[in-house]
Ligand binder design. Structure first.
Ligand code: M6R
Length: 612
């Protein structure tokens, strides 16, 4: 949530900051602001409620602001409504210090109270302004900015990534981080800080990742990093290999549609390097066969769509490993006094690698001795760096708030890991192992076939977009896939929707079915197709309108009963959700399009959830 950027360099800062914010707008889009320091004008602050375009218009794309040192922010409101005053940067009372913040200061009320008693006047309702005011207070005492920042960091509690500039320091930008992502970028004409690498990719690929408790001083030619005791820290630099164009729309109207279309290639990139000579090869992980055999508990933790990948994987892994697999919402796991220990393997799934609940759950699991393996898309993200082992999904940058290609690559990677573990345990026969791997390699091709059905799905969306409540029903893998279909739909089209295990219908939910209710019936899970059909008949008998999703093999049967049918090619049973989910993503997309929704930036949401 919230994106921050900072630049100290040899060229005008404002256009660079605005460009970076535009590439990070998916982190928050309630309001935006920049602060730029110039020799003649001191700190110039511009803020605007709403989309970043308002700020760009206000500043004539940054041309109005003079100076080569600056910070910028795009906000997802937590404390205080989205308006110009609560927008960042926040400025200290004497106008000397400006700051942008991503995170939450948990003890801000107590600090605010003590500053109020000392006569400090506040202008906003935010927790972040407290930090700017406290900084000025300490700076008045010490006259040294770096010391003052360190004192502030010792006083505040919560999570933060800060970018700070001060009118007394012509070239220096100070950054600090705890539990919120922050990247240092080493450029030719200046250096950067940013919440996301996508913000600075146009200027540099040479980055370092700040760790918790670190403070950095960034000037046009140097970046010095210190620990919380102000001792110098040597950072390891790495090169980002993401393609800049991958983070651009490339002629598509929406990132979400582009990312749906990129799925076959993303899947290919994720699986190809890990299948060699007919075996799954996971070079990146250090788990031995002995270790795998002594695992007594497997637990998957994640949030949102990543959790839905966990749901699919629970079914698949239990089948492949013949071991119980639990899947837990990270936000619940972290406070549940979880029963994990040094014989537990905890799988952590996260696209961003920065989701706060997921990270906290992972830390809790590690604290209890569990071994952690993360499935992450963003290289160098916090979860990737803190887990014992990491396997990257090679989906490339995902910009739309609603995940599509990250979900799909997580799914296939989890299937690969499941096969790998099953092989180590000897719980899968050679024939099935080979069959799954063969079918997995055919997925990109088959997915291309599914993507050709775009106009059918678009037609169904034009037929159903006025429904106000939609039910997704399915069994086993179809149920898990329905959860994702339902989340996708409500997230971007704002239509109320729920996913139910079909068998549960008659235990309550069926009372909601009345003439005209739209039910998306999922019947792609071959072993239970007949049961899926029975459920379609049941809801039809109560007047439901049924849009069914099945496989080519069952299309004819399904068409006899459902009002509309979409069919995907068959694959191995455990891989079927990889194909089935695609029409569901497209359906949500077109439903949202019909309803005129802001597809890439749905209301109240942000891509990376770095607050609790
Ligand atoms: O980055 P993560 O995978 O940890 O994010 C978890 C969820 O916030 C995320 O999947 C969310 O549910 C998506 N926006 C759904 O499309």
């Amino acid at each position: 949530m919230c994106g921050i950027i900072g630049f100290s360099g040899c060229e005008p800062a404002a256009p660079i900051l605005l460009d970076g914010l535009a590439r990070m707008e998916y982190r928050g889009y309630d309001s935006a602001g920049i602060a730029v320091r110039s020799e003649h004008k001191g700190l110039q602050i511009k803020k605007a409620k709403g989309r970043l375009q308002n700020l760009s218009d206000l500043t004539h794309n940054g041309a109005d602001l003079e100076g080569t040192l600056g910070i910028g922010h795009t906000r997802w409101a937590t404390h205080g409504e989205p308006n110009d005053i609560n927008a960042h940067p926040h400025v200290s009372e004497n106008g000397q210090i400006a700051l942008v913040h991503n995170g939450i200061i948990e003890n801000y009320l107590e600090i605010k109270e003590s500053l109020l008693q000392k006569g400090v006047r506040f202008t906003s309702d935010t927790d972040s302004e407290v930090v700017a005011q406290l900084l000025e207070f300490y700076y008045r005492e010490s006259g040294n900015m770096l010391d003052s920042v360190t004192r502030v960091l010792h006083r505040i509690e919560g999570s933060y990534a800060f970018g700070i500039i001060c009118s007394d320091y012509p070239n220096a930008l100070i950054a600090a981080r705890k539990d919120s992502p922050l990247i240092l970028g080493y450029g030719k004409n200046g250096n950067f800080i940013a919440s996301d690498v996508t913000a600075i990719l146009k200027y540099t690929r040479d980055v370092a990742y700040m760790d918790d408790g670190e403070v950095a001083v960034i000037t046009p030619h140097t970046i010095d990093v210190f620990n919380s005791e102000l001792e110098p820290v040597e950072k390891t630099r790495s090169q980002v290999d993401w393609d800049v164009s991958a983070a651009e729309k490339g002629g598509y109207e929406h990132f979400m549609f582009k990312e749906i279309m990129e799925q076959p290639e993303a899947i290919r990139k994720t699986i190809s390097p890990r299948i060699r000579n007919g075996r799954v090869v996971l070079d990146d992980i250090s788990m031995t066969a002995d270790y795998v055999r002594q695992i007594s508990r497997i637990c998957i933790i994640a949030c949102g769509s990543s959790y839905h990948v966990g749901m699919v994987s629970k079914y698949n892994w239990e089948r492949l490993l013949r071991r119980p697999v639990e899947v837990c919402l990270a936000s619940e796991f972290r406070y549940s006094d979880p029963l994990v220990d040094d014989h537990s393997l905890v799988i952590v799934i996260s696209q961003s690698g920065e989701t706060l609940d997921t990270m906290a759950a992972m830390r809790e699991a590690k604290r209890r001795g569990a071994r952690t393996l993360s499935i992450v898309n963003v290289v160098g993200s916090s979860i990737a760096r803190e887990s014992d082992d990491v396997l990257y999904t090679w989906a490339g940058p995902e910009i739309a708030v609603a995940t599509t290609k990250a979900y799909s690559t997580q799914l296939v990677l989890m299937d690969l890991v499941g096969l790998y573990l099953a092989d180590q345990l000897g719980s899968i026969c050679e024939e099935e192992y080979r069959e799954i791997l063969e079918q997995m390699q055919l997925l990109p091709e088959k997915m291309q076939e599914v993507l050709k059905q775009t106009s059918d799905v678009q037609y169904y969306a034009s037929r159903y977009f006025n429904h106000s409540s939609i039910f997704f029903i399915g069994r086993n893998l179809d149920y898990a896939m329905g959860m994702e279909g339902s989340l996708k739909l409500k997230e971007i089209s704002y239509i109320h929707s729920e996913a139910y295990a079909s068998g549960e219908l008659k235990h309550g939910t069926i009372s909601l079915i009345e003439p005209g209710t739209l039910v998306v019936a999922l019947g792609t899970y071959a072993p239970l197709f007949d049961k899926a059909m029975s459920n379609v008949i049941e809801v039809k008998a109560r007047g439901a309108e049924v849009l069914a999703l099945t496989t080519e093999a069952f299309r004819e049967k399904m068409e006899k009963t459902a009002d509309a049918t979409i069919a995907v090619p068959e694959t191995h049973t455990i891989l079927q959700p990889s194909l089935g989910v695609v029409p569901l993503q497209m359906f949500s997309y077109y439903m949202a399009l019909q309803r005129g929704c802001d597809i890439d930036k749905p209301r109240n949401l942000a891509k990376s959830v770095t607050v609790e």
